[in-house]
Design a protein. Structure first.
Length: 421
């Protein structure tokens, strides 16, 4: 009996290691930004585009990923994806031009595209439905730990070993995970018949069409995209440079401070998942997260002369509140058809990753419009004021997230397509 209780956690735990790997790769451009910009001789706009290429391939593949894991199970696709992403990391470490860097980042993103959806499909297969929002939150906790490991520690490794050698270590981690996943992960409990997989192929278009016809699925997707800008646009790229400009500190020190954003998301991810399951509702927690994130980002950006400790606290709160993004997944998992969780999760992740990734090059382009940057061809001398207009895009996006949370209906008690008809 105890073994039966432990096995689901083992399956979930192994798969989340790959989500951990995914988040390390997401924040590498922030952690190694100085070295990468120097190596590829690029401006802020181009660097933002290189970084975002990871998220574009990741986002484009989300619905195909969802359909794949619904049809074939998560184990084999996840193992193959880890092999692709690890190989992509090796190729990125050998890149010598911006074009090659962008292409190899897309390869890594394509492999990492399977991480979150596969984790949650395994959770749906191995855990009861009334624990799903909590498991989503716990999965996001592991991702945030990856982001923390990918900010300060990776920045330190980059300074001591060099950026290419640092990425070799990341690649080795990804390739090792491919073997571990293939050997140990199982799609579902052995006695359980794949829930509807035998007929799933004939219902794929029906399931996807149904999901796309649901207004709340789109609202939840927009919520995911806009609230996640705090992590993708700020935490994974421009936040480190913003903190450097604010306090005139080193890249490693600034990266360590920005990692507090992801540290805040660790208790936040668990709290919002638990809170939604506790009150059996998504709407209130989503609104609390969006409003708290909006206030934290506005204070961080517009209030001058804040001490390091206050900024640390605001970064923690920003991560805590914006981790309510996990509820968009749980909401859409209830909105879609039974046994089509992968499709619903993939649709949501397309919005969360693809939508928020658009802000990386947008902010870089806005920074590049600064006259002093155009004159000196450098972004390292910018001040707090220089960041306020570009990063206002994040404030606006969090306001949109708040609006979406107020418009969305609460889908907690909807479980199956039959229940929704």
């Amino acid at each position: 009996m105890r073994t039966k209780k432990i096995v689901p956690w083992v399956m979930w735990g192994i798969s989340t290691l790959y989500f951990f790997f995914d988040f390390i790769n997401q924040v590498i451009p922030a952690a190694l930004g100085t070295q990468l910009r120097a190596a590829f001789h690029v401006d802020a706009s181009t660097f933002g585009l290189i970084s975002s290429c990871y998220f574009y391939s990741y986002a484009i593949l989300q619905i195909p990923v969802g359909l794949t894991v619904d049809r074939f199970g998560p184990r084999r696709p996840l193992a193959a994806a880890a092999l692709i992403a690890g190989t992509g990391c090796l190729l990125f470490s050998m890149a010598s031009s911006p074009v090659i860097a962008a292409i190899t980042r897309m390869v890594v993103g394509a492999g990492a595209a399977f991480s979150f959806v596969s984790c949650l499909k395994l959770a749906a297969n191995w855990f009861p439905a009334n624990r799903f929002a909590t498991i989503v939150g716990l999965t996001n906790v592991v991702g945030m730990l990856g982001a923390v490991s990918g900010e300060g520690p990776i920045s330190k490794l980059g300074e001591s070993l060099g950026w290419r050698e640092t990425i070799w270590l990341v690649a080795a981690f990804g390739l090792s995970l491919a073997l571990i996943i293939f050997l140990f992960v199982r799609d579902q409990p052995e006695p359980t018949i794949n829930r509807g997989s035998s007929t799933l192929s004939s219902h794929i278009l029906t399931d996807l069409s149904y999901l796309l016809s649901q207004r709340d699925a789109w609202f939840a997707g927009i919520y995911a995209a806009t609230i996640n800008t705090s992590f993708i646009a700020f935490g994974a790229l421009w936040g480190t440079l913003f903190i450097q400009a604010r306090f005139q500190i080193s890249q490693a020190h600034a990266a360590a401070m920005v990692s507090i954003l992801f540290i805040g998301a660790i208790p936040g991810s668990f709290f919002f998942g638990w809170f939604a399951d506790r009150i059996q509702g998504f709407k209130l927690p989503m609104a609390i997260g969006a409003s708290g994130g909006l206030m934290s980002m506005a204070l961080l950006l517009y209030v001058p002369d804040l001490s390091v400790w206050i900024v640390d606290g605001l970064l923690f709160l920003l991560g805590f509140f914006c981790s309510s993004n996990v509820l968009a997944y749980a909401s859409n998992a209830r909105t879609g058809a039974l046994d089509a969780e992968g499709t619903s999760l993939g649709f949501t992740n397309t919005w969360l990753i693809g939508g928020s990734a658009l802000f990386q090059p947008l902010i870089g382009w806005l920074l590049q419009q600064n006259p002093s940057v155009q004159q000196q061809e450098s972004i390292h001398h910018l001040s707090l004021a220089d960041f306020q207009i570009p990063l206002t895009t994040i404030v606006i996006s969090l306001f949109i997230a708040l609006i979406m949370s107020l418009l969305i209906k609460d889908r907690y008690h909807i479980h199956t397509l039959a229940d929704q008809s």
